[in-house]
Ligand binder design. Sequence first.
Ligand SMILES: Cc1ncc(COP(=O)(O)O)c(C=O)c1O
Length: 415
Amino acid sequence: MGIDAAGDIPFHRPFIGKEEEEAVLRVLRSGWLTTGQEALAFEGEFADFLQSPREPLFCLAVNSATSGLHLALEASGAGPGDTVLVPSLTFTSTAEVARYLGAEVVFVDVAPGSFLMDPAALERTLDRLSRGLPAYGGLGSNGLKSGTRGGFGPKGKPKAVLPVHYGGLPCDMNAIMDIARRYGVKVIEDAAHAFPSRTESGEFAGTLGDAGVFSFYATKTITSGEGGMVATRDRELAARISIMRSHGIDRAVWNRYTESKASWYYEVVEPGFKYNLPDILAALGRVQLQRAWQFLEERQHIAARYNAAFAGDERFTLPPSGVGNAWHLYPLVANPPLSRNTVIEGLQNRGIGVSVHFIPLHIMPYYRKRQGLDPEDFPESLQRFAGVISLPIWPGMGESRIDRVIAAVKEVSQE
Ligand SMILES: Cc1ncc(COP(=O)(O)O)c(C=O)c1O
């Protein structure tokens, strides 16, 4: 958002050093621009970063997390007649990939006071779907629509659940995996915000489900401009994703040109997609990966400064404290009567960039109309949306910008 001109503080600014410039130049001068050795090396280094003593982790570089989510869901077999469960408080990517495949999206509310999918609501919804009932209705926060009897919303075989590690805060993966296994659904972690996030047991978010998908979009915790990575321990899933990310061709494109016995021969085994990550971007991602821990330390420091500044102030609710949070976002909630929009307007007038994560998907025209939804059907998502302000949190911000954001938030909240 914007450039850092005239003392403005952008919502985000990527940290790009000399090493990133040199890495991109190296690829530009190499004679090979698209997917090749850099992407392969990036996959290996990313897997090493996340490696645990458990089974090997396959990492597949793609051109966005959206592509990665699409590929992982496709490889899980989702299609027409199936349902895919996603939190209502997320970006459109998490849900749209189900629609690409002809499956129906089923929303699950976030837990009371939380930004994360409610395992209890997930279980209630899976119970309804597996009994052939429409997704919403009955008791509980998920899909409670006043005056509705007998349920409403999509029906269909539940195929997959996509928990979102919102802002870098890991979901309760033990609970989600347990529920998903009992109902026989795949778990694809939307880890777009969650690099590197760790659960209480120290395991990396994105490595705990059947697949996890990371984003390297320009504002993310590490960036390649655009890009993503799918991580999975499932060999078959990895093989399918590898083929489908390059047109459904049975071998990686770069091999065709760089193998010692270069071959013109290939076979199309499926109508796949064009989702490969070019080497120019992979080279950038490799350098950023080396900075991941340093970036995290800086974001932790900024979050700690904000927490200390706003703690005990009844106008605000702090983000849930989270060991293992990657702190992609710092979501401060404005408590009534303080108006979220007033705070945002005040900050913008002072040259401070902010954002809102997220406008819940169930109030978006497409899903609202398609599923006959009311805003109150997912009251927790609606409540988080009503108050949330994402403050700037990026490596290189420096103490004086942090001070200015804190002072400005306090000032505009008195207006
Ligand atoms: C929760 C979530 N999932 C997925 C994505 C998609 O990431 P990408 O832009 O790499 O496709 C985003 C992007 O912001 C996101 O916020």
